[in-house]
Design a protein around this ligand. Structure first.
Ligand code: NAD
Length: 295
């Protein structure tokens, strides 16, 4: 059984580590927040006093951190863990970060004789808790094959998008499209409602017509249309507006790097920024629906 070090036990990392523990993997954990470590230890994890201690003797290191700066400093910073990682160990970074940082970190780790996979996730906190995340991997085939049995314990769909960094590119392409679909679906529903249509009836019609998309099928943004989605719970839980804005920022940076034209995403980003500026940063991203309400 792999000895796993898990670093970053937040909204996503906490439940992901819990799923490894449910599969009886030996997991050593570290987070900057002591209560997050305590919670993992109640579930069977071993606590480490530092990130460097956590990775000593581990075959697999998993990180789930807020942003690129955290990932870079964890692995490559002055006090970073690279020198403490065993030769041939596998590093899996599940954080959502820019592709270039993933490539830089991956190349440095591989040059030091270890393996690297970037494996950002889709599925949110509910998927993390249920062990049904989608992992979108970038890395060599060898590293990806090493990662599969570990990620299998926390997810149900594993994809290999290409070399290191490709997982990050595929993930932001998906979330960029999701932002466009959510804003478009929201304005369509609001237009229908402004003309007296019942949003449930309109949703059923569009679901069976050419406007059908994931937001209508699984995540309707209009309160009361669908049970057990954030819109029917005052937009609590789910995927926060500030995280969607983070991903749209990564998508726009990637577009600038390649000279790609992404006008739909640029507009969606502008709308999500406006929505966040109106105090909605911690609400689910489907709350953008409210922005289009007829006054
Ligand atoms: P979070 O802020 O809840 O958790 C991050 C954790 O990392 C915190 O507990 C923090 O203390 C810890 N941390 C930061 N720097 C550290 C360091 N140097 N050493 C150890 N621990 C450190 O964030 P989250 O919601 O769990 O998201 C994690 C990543 O997953 C982000 O990149 C995010 O974009 C991505 N993501 C989040 C969701 C979601 O719905 N929350 C969905 C998909 C992807």
């Amino acid at each position: 059984m792999n000895k796993i070090a898990f670093i970053g036990l937040g909204n996503m990392g906490g439940p992901m580590a819990a799923n490894l523990l449910k599969h009886e993997c030996p997991v050593t954990v570290f987070d900057l927040v002591p209560t997050a470590i305590d919670k993992a230890c109640e579930q069977g994890a071993r606590a480490a006093a530092t990130a460097r201690d956590a990775v000593m003797g581990a075959d697999v290191i998993i990180s789930m951190l807020p942003a690129a700066a955290h990932v870079k400093s964890l692995y490559l910073g002055d006090d970073g863990i690279l020198d403490n990682i065993a030769d041939n160990a596998l590093v899996i970074d599940c954080s959502t970060i820019d592709a270039q940082t993933a490539r830089d970190v991956g190349q440095t780790i591989e040059a030091a004789g270890k393996h690297f996979v970037d494996a950002p996730v889709s599925g949110g906190t509910a998927g993390a808790a249920a062990g049904t995340l989608t992992f979108i991997m970038g890395g060599s085939s060898e590293a990806v094959n090493m990662a599969r049995p570990v990620l299998d314990k926390m997810g149900k769909n594993l994809f290999h998008a290409g070399p290191a960094g490709a997982g990050q590119v595929a993930k932001i392409c998906n979330n960029m499209l999701l932002a466009v679909l959510m804003t478009g679906t929201s304005e369509a529903l609001q237009l229908g409602m402004a003309h007296g249509l019942d949003p449930s009836v309109l949703s059923d019609i569009m679901k069976q017509s050419s406007g059908c998309n994931w937001t209508l099928e699984k995540y309707n943004p209009c309160p009361g249309v669908m049970e057990a989605v954030p819109s029917s719970n005052d937009y609590q839980g789910g995927f926060m507006v500030k995280l969607m804005n983070k991903d749209l920022g990564l998508a726009m940076d990637a577009a600038a790097t390649s000279g790609s034209s992404t006008p739909m995403a640029a507009l969606a980003q502008s709308l999500y920024r406006l929505h966040q500026g109106q105090g909605n940063q911690d609400r689910d991203f489907s709350s953008i629906f409210e922005l289009f309400a007829a006054k």
